[in-house]
Design a protein around this ligand. Structure first.
Ligand SMILES: Cc1cc2nc3c(=O)[nH]c(=O)nc-3n(C[C@H](O)[C@H](O)[C@H](O)COP(=O)(O)OP(=O)(O)OC[C@H]3O[C@@H](n4cnc5c(N)ncnc54)[C@H](O)[C@@H]3O)c2cc1C
Length: 301
């Protein structure tokens, strides 16, 4: 089975404050500790379990800034076979439509795949939209909220969370599966692989490190040294592939900020004070007045 896992580096949203939001409503990611999106660790675990049972490979793909290489190293330390970073300033501030489109085009470049795994939801945007959007764009069947999966008679049987219980669905690959957290226990990083991949890196970061190490050297000299270092890492299987907008077939007006019909108007931390409650008459009028109030307060709509 060839499995691809979509993983996202997210700001540790437990620390989101007004100060960490930029004027344009996007998150100032540099101001927050970055973590591996929890549901994506569960998605990676299910993919690794499939590979352990059926053979094949697990490749992880992320769209993000160069520092997202940290979660790719983490995924390699947990058992992933290959990692790809999609990074380009032109991808920045993408909403889910632009994100799923960009991921789609990268998956098309990767070629035939049996199963695509992703988390149910990212803890920053919290939309749970990217998985289903990616499946739709690739024309693949999808199962969301997966808890566990097993293979039988050429089919993939998925146990998925539903209100009040679970259901089991069967599907024939290729397909996309979104995985819900709190059920699958991600395997820890193996000590051996953590040591093996601790120096895994990408050319952009190597170049930045060279510039800091040799500030007086010319651009050319830095570039040459960075490429030599990258070649050394590649030989050891430690050079992580980096794809920019020029490496995947994308339309410029469908990526990043420009390709995003959704703009985040404002993010604010809401702390509910006790005593702030209101009883609503459980009638149609009561519900209607509640909806009107929520819309007026920009909680909805
Ligand atoms: C506070 C806030 C609110 C936002 N609200 C909206 C909104 O209402 N509508 C909107 O369109 N955008 C919104 N965004 C932007 C949105 O976060 C980005 O588009 C983001 O790239 C994808 O959406 P998500 O974080 O909701 O991911 P989700 O759709 O919740 O992610 C589901 C899964 O998709 C995969 N995935 C998501 N992003 C990536 C990635 N970059 N690389 C690899 N895999 C990935 C992961 O497996 C993840 O678990 C918001 C952002 C913030 C910070």
């Amino acid at each position: 089975m060839r499995c691809i896992v979509l993983v996202k580096q997210v700001p540790d949203t437990k620390n989101i404050t007004a100060e960490t939001m930029k004027e344009d409503g996007t998150v100032n990611r540099a101001a927050l500790p970055a973590v591996f999106n929890p549901d994506d660790l569960c998605a990676l675990e299910l993919a690794l379990q499939v590979r352990d049972r059926c053979g094949g490979t697990v490749e992880v793909l992320t769209m993000g800034p160069p520092r997202a290489v940290d979660i790719l190293r983490d995924a390699l330390s947990r058992g992933a076979d290959k990692a790809i970073l999609l990074t380009d300033r032109r991808f920045a501030a993408a909403d889910t439509l632009a994100t799923s489109y960009t991921l789609c085009q990268a998956i098309r470049k990767m070629g035939d795949v049996d199963l695509i795994f992703c988390g149910r939801q990212a803890i920053d945007g919290d939309t749970a939209q990217v998985g289903p959007q990616t499946a739709e764009k690739l024309g693949l069947p999808q199962v969301t909220y997966a808890q566990e999966i097993h293979e039988k008679d050429g089919k993939i049987h998925v146990r998925r969370e539903v209100e009040g219980g679970y259901e089991i669905l069967a599907l024939i690959p290729p397909a996309l599966i979104t995985v819900t957290g709190g059920y699958v226990v991600p395997r820890p990083r193996s000590a051996k692989r953590t040591i093996q991949f601790r120096n895994a890196n990408i050319l952009p970061n190597i170049t930045t490190q060279m510039k800091m190490k040799f500030p007086d050297q010319s651009e050319e000299a830095i570039k040459r040294q960075a490429e030599e270092e990258a070649a050394r890492l590649k030989e050891k299987g430690l050079l992580i592939d980096v794809w920019s907008a020029d490496d995947i077939d994308v339309e410029a007006d469908r990526i990043g900020y420009g390709g995003s019909p959704t703009w985040v108007f404002k993010v604010q931390k809401v702390t509910l004070q006790s005593g702030e409650h209101k009883s609503i008459d459980a009638s149609e009028t009561g519900i209607h007045s509640l909806m009107r109030e929520l819309v007026e307060d920009h909680v909805l709509g």
